[in-house]
Design a binder for this molecule. Structure first.
Ligand code: HEM
Length: 418
């Protein structure tokens, strides 16, 4: 069943407002991106109301070139449309995604210390157990809302493991992040969300104190006990970078996992190839990432006058890059509009590229591939059994509700859990 309410794009490119989440709710933009890639590789998106105009890059090579160059372009005035066209990002210079230069390199290295092979293998084991337990129960019930009952439970548990959140605090933090992030998804300001964000930061401050006294094998301990240029990190830096893992790693991985189920159910030949073992989970995961491209865009501000495709682009301008388009660029991917799990090579840009390349890429890949393996082990197949709802956002793309009916394998699923 395919019932996503999408209409074709308006003929007039300038009528597409990429800043408005409604655009993505109403339209399938495939033709729009194809047209931009073919004839307007550097496109000037018009100003709309109080929102200034900005540049749009849609070709893979141009996107990679911008991601690579953090000298001509900066993330310190925001890295997504809502902050780039608004008042900038209040965490600029403190939080890794919106910091550049020496401080970015150092902060990123500190965070990466917390992603040691020992920690990653422990977390990978948790991901496997959680995924298999949740999916086995859903298959046993015959079906579920895969988005709500399975996929939404995995990334936050993983991030809590990484951060070292004690088990008794997890429900509290989950409730806070739900209200903090739901309004971000909708591109709206809400007082309740603001209060929730402050409570999250306060919570991390408390945890930082505990980890200073008794460090453990987790991100909070690493941040609380590290120095940069001989100085400890500020409290703001520590708590904002804890929060950045939640911001970066929850919805993105969840949307990719949900998309995997949706795409396999729409492409039974690809499911058959995966189920038979013809294609590995590792390879299929890369195509899920390319196909889903959960973060549609990122962006930068120009700091030195430059030129793109022969057009002057002055300092101060905003340039956005659209991963959703780059990952379908016909110059790079053969048959880009087909979900082909054995695609090779598959150098997608779902995780960005260059100095800000996603820190959570390894964990996201583990989450997706464990989900694929569990689907392969517990089900012979599955189908969409009710209306599918898409999220409302100009940054993220994907599905918020996905009712699924499973056909269980003949063996007792519980016996296959571990
Ligand atoms: C950066 C996508 C999962 C944490 C990025 C960037 C992209 C991205 C495109 C680059 C942003 C830019 O250049 O401005 C994704 C996708 C994911 C995912 C599609 C899942 C499928 C995760 C996870 C975590 C995470 C699981 C944390 C555990 C981060 C952080 C950055 C980042 C902290 C900033 C890195 C930096 O600026 O140096 N992500 N991400 N992401 N991601 Fe992810």
């Amino acid at each position: 069943m395919e019932d996503l309410p999408r209409r074709a794009t308006p003929d007039d490119l300038s009528r597409v407002n990429l800043g408005d989440p409604q655009t993505f709710a109403d339209h399938d933009l495939s033709d729009y991106w194809r047209t931009l890639r073919a004839s307007r590789p550097l496109y000037r998106h018009p100003a709309v109301g109080n929102s200034p105009g900005f540049w749009v890059l849609s070709r893979y090579d141009d996107i990679v070139a911008l991601y690579r160059d953090n000298t001509t372009f900066t993330s310190e005035r925001g890295n997504v449309l809502i902050t780039l066209l608004g008042e900038g990002d209040s965490a600029a210079g403190l939080m890794v995604p919106v910091t550049d230069g020496h401080r970015h390199k150092e902060l990123r290295n500190v965070l990466l210390q917390a992603f040691s092979p020992r920690v990653l293998s422990r977390i990978g084991e948790h991901v496997r157990r959680t995924t298999r337990t949740l999916l086995a129960a859903a298959v046993d019930r015959g079906g579920c809302d895969f988005a709500l009952e399975v996929a939404s439970k995995i990334p936050m548990a993983t991030i809590c493991d990484l951060l070292g959140i004690p088990p008794q605090d997890r429900d509290y933090l989950l409730t806070l992040t739900k209200s903090a992030i739901s309004s971000d998804d909708q591109g709206e300001y809400s007082e309740a969300a603001d209060a929730a964000r402050n409570n999250i930061l306060q919570y991390f401050l408390g945890l930082v104190e505990e980890r200073r006294i008794a460090p453990q094998d987790d991100v909070v301990s690493v941040l609380a006990n590290s120095t940069i240029d001989g100085e400890p990190l500020s409290e703001d830096e520590i708590v904002l970078n804890c929060y950045s893992l939640i911001l970066g790693g929850d919805a993105t991985s969840r949307l990719a996992m949900i998309d995997a189920v949706h795409s396999f159910s729409a492409n039974p030949d690809q499911w058959a190839a995966f189920k038979s073992g013809e294609v590995s989970a590792k390879q299929a995961t890369e195509e899920v990432l390319r196909w889903a491209s959960p973060t549609m865009h990122f962006g930068r501000t120009v700091v030195q006058d430059t030129e793109i495709h022969g057009t002057p682009v002055p300092a101060g301008d905003v340039v956005t890059v659209w991963n959703v388009s780059g990952n379908r660029d016909e110059r790079v991917f053969a048959d880009p509009d087909r979900f082909l799990i054995d695609r090779s090579p598959n150098k997608h840009i779902a995780f960005g590229h260059g100095p800000h390349y996603c820190i959570g890429a390894y964990l996201a890949r583990v989450e997706i591939s464990e989900m694929l393996l569990a689907l392969r082990d517990f089900t012979t197949g599955f189908e969409i059994s009710g209306p599918v709802h898409r999220i409302y956002s100009n940054l993220l793309t994907g599905i918020s509700s996905l009712p699924v009916r499973f056909e269980p394998v003949s063996a007792e699923v519980e016996e296959l859990v571990l």
